[in-house]
Ligand binder design. Sequence first.
Ligand SMILES: Cc1cc2nc3c(=O)[nH]c(=O)nc-3n(C[C@H](O)[C@H](O)[C@H](O)COP(=O)(O)OP(=O)(O)OC[C@H]3O[C@@H](n4cnc5c(N)ncnc54)[C@H](O)[C@@H]3O)c2cc1C
Length: 594
Amino acid sequence: SLFTHPSQLRSTTYDYVVVGAGTAGSALASRLSEDRHVRVLVIEAGRSDNGTDVVNIRIPFNAPIATPGTPFDWNYTTVNQGSLNNQPEAYPRGKVLGGTSTTNYLVYTRGASNDYDRLATVAGDDGWTWDNLHPYIMKHSSFVASADGWIFALISYGGHAKLTFIAGHNTSGQFDPAWHGNGPLRTSAPGFPTVIDSRVMATTQTLPDEFPFNVDMNSGNPLGIGWTQSTIANGTRQSAATAYLGPILFRSNLDVLINTQVTRLIQTGRAGGKPDFRGVEFAQSATSPRHRATARREVILSAGAVATPQVLLLSGIGDRGALSRLGIRTIIDNPHVGNHLQDHPFVPLQWEVNSNETFDQFSYNPDAAAAALDQWKYNHTGPFSTNPIANHLAFLRIPENNLIWEQFEDTSSGPHAPHYEIAFDNLYISTSMENRPTSGGFLSVTTIVTSPTSRGYVKLNSSNPFDPPLIDPALLSTDYDMAIMVEAIRAAQRFVDASPWDGFIISPSVDSAQTTTIDSIVEYSRRRGATSDHPTGTAQVGKVVNGDLTVKDVSGLRVVDASIFPYVPTAHTQAPVYIVAERAADLIKAAHRN
Ligand SMILES: Cc1cc2nc3c(=O)[nH]c(=O)nc-3n(C[C@H](O)[C@H](O)[C@H](O)COP(=O)(O)OP(=O)(O)OC[C@H]3O[C@@H](n4cnc5c(N)ncnc54)[C@H](O)[C@@H]3O)c2cc1C
């Protein structure tokens, strides 16, 4: 059942207490409560994902306006980013059922097999290898028709249900069915064609050595250029809330409490010579009363890569010196908690193009935007039913004979792992309002460093749990990351110099024109670089948690979310989080089997 106030809870003792109903937390809650004999409590700081004001979290195309600065977001800001001209960055995180899966940009990528194999090595647990994770890779998701695929759809519109037949594109050859299972999270190929699709595909044929076509980037080998897969079904966002939590809220052994923040974990005693952390304290605001609940089996922290270390630190698990300066009693002295934050830096470039069919029309022309919105509301099709970022993504490696390798050691996880990613965007994308056009059509390419060496942190600002933590993703702060970014941008420029773009591209945009030399690319990257919103590593395997994700040196407590990755996967991070959560659910069930 769904509760909005702690007084409504049916008990103060559960078998499992899950902190955070986000991407991982919702999947865990669903799997753990499959056993009707266990009672599960999930405590979520954010709101429901239903209501009259949720249209922007439902419409795929509106993902960029779902956050920041909305009631679905924690609305964090980073500390000034020294390598990005000392500017702070908005740092969105979903504060809603489904967590960041309810507010993200819907791209569905699993990363490279080598990423998981490296996780297994660090964890000292073969269960994390790509091959051994296969059941969980197949178990969490399924592949369905695109919004413009051949489907009969039951659409509810204006209070009426109606059966619509939607005829559209055939997605065979755009993904490999062998790599898709039958799990609750539905994903699909692009649901609306764009004017750049055929040119991207043609470039894979013109320059096949550097930019080969890859039919399915989710096979463990993402290298090449392929069709984007997204967490979209029936033209609508699919999240951990819609896929996992919503359908099981009726379970009598599951209590989900929203609008309530866990303020700290409480030591409930000692077990096996270690402090036992089976208690949670929670409150609805800084001034409202604190409540408590206890887990008979364990507490699972799934608050995400920013809030998980924050809650650990508030509970006395962290660096003793830093905690004592804030008046927090240290129970476990571990300087790694909150440290080693990793994220993917990205930089957008734009070109003016010879087309009035790019998505830019929706920024300039309110009538076009209104018509697209009406179409989406009518039958969940049209431009608003598709991923706002890109119909194609490229994951690429820098060749072994590149001079960069004389200066740097390769930090990627292995031969299937990309050094960088490029997204091909059918509109003007920039991190700045400066030089933003008010007419014309644009192609953007966004480049991402996928195996960065920059490391930042999440730290407490005070001992008040309602005070946002200090966040430093340290974007582009190493020479290595900048060198890879330069290579990525130069590759993107080679891509659009290829013949399929002749007659389409008019000229570089005013904003990104000054990127012709290495120095000017570096200067531009510092000016326009930003976060891809993929924080990881703040409670990582090996340093904060063991290979089975239990927290080191305590009992009764596990972390299951994006914090646990020792290296950020070479992917947009939601699929890796779902995969980890699915295996973690089985690890937890096995740990309590008798
Ligand atoms: C703007 C944006 C775009 C993105 N785009 C993509 C994309 O296109 N594809 C992709 O794969 N990834 C994307 N990501 C990243 C991806 O969504 C995340 O890596 C992933 O969802 C994280 O899952 P999680 O379970 O670790 O945390 P979350 O899903 O964030 O879940 C944490 C939950 O815990 C709750 N919580 C936090 N603190 C507390 C507390 N003290 N008490 C109770 N509850 C608490 C939060 O409200 C939240 O619901 C994007 C992220 C952002 C911000």
